[in-house]
Design a binder for this molecule. Structure first.
Ligand SMILES: *Cc1c(COP(=O)(O)O)cnc(C)c1O
Length: 397
């Protein structure tokens, strides 16, 4: 049982596994099994195409996003589900460039996740009007805000180190220079408190398969500030973002408000698992999840540092600047993570030398943290990381 939450039994956690990788792929919520099966048998199976109306499939990208909105400080009808996070990054940044025509720079930081940088760079080239991506060190972002920046695109919590940007402060400073902000919440949604509305953020995007536990391939989401959305001319003019998809008009007309950020057919089966995953957050406040994650993360750092002088903390020590993952630098980190997985403790490795652990209070408690730390110490003291089997990296690390 979690110390403060009674949610552990809502998840299927395999025997003899301590899972510290919910930051990459959350575990299976037990209700998702029934939810997806019901959707397949009773809805797809029995209702066939009538389920789009009868079972409400067509409206779910908004109705489910509204449930998710509570966790990220987004008001009703400001967020919609669909596609993958990479696509949502493209949509948000292109909308930002359009709103700030004439400005040339997309500003990001060097710690950002590659897909965000690749999508922005590809988009800038596609635009073909001299737009370009500029990256600076995370601590230099504030100094790099100037009036040639169209869009500030940042990942709120750094995927490798857990370093967290101050969203309210950077959004305000960006706005002073007329810059549109795009926040990637991949490692924030379901992990830390986020107040998009309170921060006056312009755009936010994220995925639902990490801390939100909706499963591999679950839909991404995009948030647009309510007073901006009607000004957006979507770059990806999909039929389901059209004002009247079933009029089948030859010309695109953007849909009402957030609906215009839809593209094509939503992933209906995965929305059933997302619905079950969101049930696990019912009655839970993100501030309590956050407080507990800080407690457990602090314990983990103390225990690992106490016994493993070769592991150097890569995450900020200051809890205000750290999200929900704790990472350590270690030259042989890949082998160390493989040896740990063999011992039933699952974390992951991020090149070049990061051992990364997700702290997820809905299903982890002190017992798990202590066990994980003791297994890390065992791997380090026996040098299991040096095993010849780990010399070649698997396709997914
Ligand atoms: C996980 C992650 C992604 C993944 O994008 P997909 O399109 O879902 O594969 C993108 N950006 C960040 C910051 C991430 O952490």
């Amino acid at each position: 049982m979690s110390g403060h939450f009674n949610t552990r039994e809502l998840f299927h956690l395999p025997n003899n596994i301590t899972y510290l990788d919910g930051n990459s792929l959350g575990p299976l919520p037990k209700k998702a099994l029934q939810g997806v099966e019901k959707r397949m048998r009773e809805e797809w199976g029995e209702m066939l195409i009538t389920a789009w109306n009868k079972a409400g499939w067509m409206g779910e990208p908004v109705t489910l996003a509204n449930r998710l909105g509570r966790l990220i400080g987004a008001r009703t009808d400001t967020t919609v589900l669909g596609d993958t996070l990479s696509i949502k990054v493209f949509q948000a940044v292109s909308a930002g460039l359009h709103l700030n025509k004439g400005r040339k720079k997309i500003l990001s930081d060097t710690g950002n996740f590659p897909t965000d940088l690749y999508m922005a760079d590809g988009l800038a080239k596609l635009s073909g009007q001299g737009q370009h991506l500029v990256t600076v060190e995370p601590q230099e972002v504030e100094n790099a805000l100037d009036e040639d920046v169209a869009v500030l695109m940042l990942t709120h919590v750094d995927y490798r180190t857990g370093r967290m940007h101050d969203m309210a402060d950077l959004t305000e400073k960006a706005h002073e220079k007329g810059i549109i902000t795009v926040w990637d919440l991949a490692h924030s949604a379901g992990a830390v408190e986020v107040d998009l509305s309170g921060c006056n953020a312009d755009f936010a995007v994220g995925c639902t398969y990490k801390f939100l536990n909706a499963g591999p391939g679950a839909p991404a989401f995009i948030y647009v500030r309510p007073d901006l959305v009607s000004k957006i001319e979507p770059a990806l003019c999909g039929w389901l973002g059209h004002a009247a998809p079933f009029e089948f008009e030859p010309q695109y007309r953007p849909g009402l408000d957030i609906e215009r950020m839809r593209v094509g057919t939503p992933s209906v089966l995965q929305m059933a698992s997302l619905s079950a995953a969101l049930d696990a957050f019912d009655g839970i406040e993100m501030k309590d999840v956050r407080a507990r994650a800080i407690e457990l993360g602090g314990l983990f750092i103390d225990l690992v540092e106490r016994d493993n002088p070769d592991l150097k903390l890569a995450s900020p020590r200051d809890t205000h600047k750290r999200g929900s993952q704790v990472s350590f630098h270690f030259e042989h980190g890949y082998g160390a993570i493989q040896a740990l997985i063999e011992r039933g403790v699952i974390g992951d490795f991020r090149a070049p030398d990061i051992m990364r652990f997700g702290i997820t209070p809905l299903y982890l408690d002190e017992v798990d943290i202590e066990h994980a730390a003791s297994q890390i110490t065992a791997v380090m003291s026996t040098q299991e990381w040096a095993d010849a089997r780990w010399q070649h990296r698997a396709r997914v690390t």
